[in-house]
Design a protein around this ligand. Structure first.
Ligand code: FES
Ligand SMILES: [Fe+2]
Length: 372
């Protein structure tokens, strides 16, 4: 066994049953991508579902983002169906559409309109759960806590991505997959399905399986396939011209980005996986670039992205026919090593937080080899 390979490369680990909890539960105390900042207009509110929770994400007319549980504590009407009002008492509030109770953006009840003057009822003792929300690089992230009653501030910022992020995105596509986020992540990082699921002339030809050897390194809350020239059997890269070099990074809870450098120009293709429920995951693909090709090739790129998403989504639906029976799964070296790393990263994240210590990245630098 080469000194630099991952610890899980012994024959004994081959075919081991999936670790407990794969395909169940969520990584908590972390930031999930929720929306593009441009889609959260001042004075607007929208209902989202994150990790099985209904979450209202809104922005005051003054421009402040906020996120709260989208259930009125009075009789459960969705607050997102109400409106943002400014009653001149200093702060904009969310007004429930049912009986008009009003809530500050931190979730504290500010008014119960039906109370008459001598009815002593402390409205401010009523609270809607609020969530930390952050705007970064043109995206909105929500922090989901392991202890929903805590109001501790997040101990780390949302992820930041390299390159030309933050300017206007050149392309945004999303799709909901009927799968748990674990299966979506593993599918996203799976190098071996390409020749079978994604056969199209502009991407690669059928019968062109090559042996690949790629260098991987640990990165913040994840790992990267370090900068390399794209595979010679990937035709889509050729359109960029020059000698592109690409680096693919993954980090918890579900971000994968490919940063392509072509001379002075760059492309960032970011995929955000957001757990909607235990059985639904939203995949959002966002592209930024200062490469001229993106002006011209946008319609083709969109077609390509949609084709890929549909192919993966179709495969997920097929896979669900098997997963319904809760079978044991097999993880082989090296094609499934990234999937194993993901599971190790998840376990270490949860464990380090439970033990109140720093996160120790379990990924060791390695060269992985496979045919695709
Ligand atoms: S249900 Fe919201 S105010 Fe009554
Ligand atoms: Fe795929």
């Amino acid at each position: 066994m080469p000194a630099d390979s991952a610890p899980a490369t012994s024959a004994a680990s081959q075919g081991k049953a999936p670790p407990q909890g794969f395909g169940r539960g969520f990584v908590l105390d972390t930031w999930y991508f929720a929306a593009l900042a441009r889609d959260v207009a001042p004075g607007s509110m929208k209902r989202h579902e994150l990790l099985g929770e209904p979450v209202l994400i809104g922005r005051t007319k003054a421009g402040r983002l906020f996120a709260m549980r989208d259930i009125c504590p009075h009789r459960a009407a969705p607050l997102s169906a109400g409106r943002i009002v400014d009653k001149g008492d200093g702060a904009e509030t969310v007004e429930c559409p049912y009986h008009g109770w009003r809530f500050r953006t931190d979730g504290v009840c500010a008014a119960i309109p039906s109370l008459v003057d001598d009815q002593a009822f402390e409205a401010e003792r009523i609270r809607v759960r609020s969530y930390p929300v952050a705007e970064s690089q043109g995206m909105v992230f929500v922090f989901l806590r392991s202890d929903p009653r805590s109001d501790a501030e997040p101990d780390h910022p949302p992820p930041t991505f390299p390159g030309v992020v933050g300017g206007e995105a050149k392309l945004v596509e999303w799709m909901d997959f009927d799968s748990h986020i674990d299966h979506a992540v593993v599918g996203l990082m799976d190098p071996a399905h390409g020749p079978y699921v994604h056969q199209q002339w502009w991407w690669r030809s059928e019968h062109s399986m090559h042996e690949k050897a790629k260098r991987f390194e640990p990165r913040e809350l994840g790992f990267a396939m370090v900068r390399h020239a794209p595979s010679s059997n990937s035709r889509a890269y050729k359109i960029l011209g020059g000698a592109p070099a690409t680096e693919i990074t993954f980090r918890l809870p579900g971000y994968r980005w490919e940063h392509i450098q072509v001379g002075e120009r760059q492309v960032l293709a970011l995929t955000c996986l957001t757990a909607v429920t235990e059985t639904k995951t939203r995949i959002t693909q966002i592209f930024w670039s200062d490469h001229w090709v993106f002006g011209l090739a946008r319609p083709f790129l969109r077609m390509g992205v949609v084709a890929f998403l549909k192919q993966d989504g179709g495969m997920v639906n097929l896979q669900n026919e098997g997963l319904r029976y809760d079978p044991a799964l097999i993880w082989i070296d090296d094609a499934d090593t990234q999937a194993k790393w993901y599971q190790q990263l998840k376990r270490e994240w949860t464990k380090s937080r439970a033990e109140g210590r720093g996160f120790v990245n379990p990924v060791k630098a390695a060269t992985l080899r496979w045919k695709s």
